[in-house]
Ligand binder design. Structure first.
Ligand SMILES: [Zn+2]
Length: 222
């Protein structure tokens, strides 16, 4: 990656709109995204992560490492289509490639955070999580720093479908009935215990329709 450094220094402003997600709705946590260069993950570490993900009962396929240039990469990643629950699997739509450690964190949140809250608060198990994807080669909007999406280390979650057919979306239900409000706030809080950065409707207008769930240390929760 050393050879890409000069290119990186002169191109951040050109990258803001290069992702699948329009930069206008993507001002992620301003001080959080790191500018670190992607580094290959050791094989034992990668294997361990994939083994752990398999133990969650999730449906996925491991993917080869890819470098896309401009600081964007998908390393130690999987294509995640479903995550294991207590008794059934939840499908995950529109996610695509996601970093394996993030997939593991996401699987834990789906099972112990979302599904259990759905049953307790809404009276129905979780069936599906609808996402706006993970990997997107772009900067944090308005900055010269790469978004965690440029490493597939963040997932944007738009909504949830329950086994009884109800659909609860961040946009449509954040301020809806008392039960729906409680459900969305409860799973937002449980996400904050598992992910390094969580952004939702209270953070800014750009996140009115999704939760940004980002892998990493720290505890930025808005
Ligand atoms: Zn995001």
């Amino acid at each position: 990656m050393r050879s890409r450094l000069p290119f990186l220094l002169i191109t951040p402003l050109l990258l803001a709109g290069c992702g699948a997600i329009p930069s206008a709705r993507a001002p992620d946590r301003p001080q959080a995204a790191s500018a670190r260069q992607p580094a290959a993950v050791s094989r034992p570490e990668a294997r361990k992560c994939v083994t752990q993900l398999g133990q969650t009962g999730s449906r996925f396929a491991a993917l080869p490492d890819k470098f896309y240039g401009a600081g964007c990469s998908t390393l130690n990643s999987v294509k995640l289509d479903g995550v294991g629950g207590d008794t059934a699997q939840f499908s995950v739509t529109n996610l695509g490639v996601v970093a394996c450690p993030l997939a593991n964190t996401f699987a834990g949140w789906a099972r112990y955070g979302v599904d259990r809250a759905a049953r307790q608060i809404l009276g129905s198990p979780l069936a599906r999580i609808e996402t706006m994807g993970s990997y997107s080669c772009r900067n944090v909007a308005g900055t010269g720093r790469m978004s965690a999406h440029s490493r597939a280390e963040a997932i944007d979650v738009a909504g949830f479908v329950l086994a009884d057919g109800r659909r609860i979306s961040v946009l449509g239900n954040w301020n809806a009935s008392a039960e729906e409000r409680e459900f969305l706030r409860t799973i937002h809080q449980s996400a904050c215990k598992r992910f390094g950065t969580v952004l939702g409707p209270e953070y800014n207008a750009a996140h009115r329709d999704h939760f940004h769930l980002e892998y990493g240390g720290g505890s930025f929760c808005r």
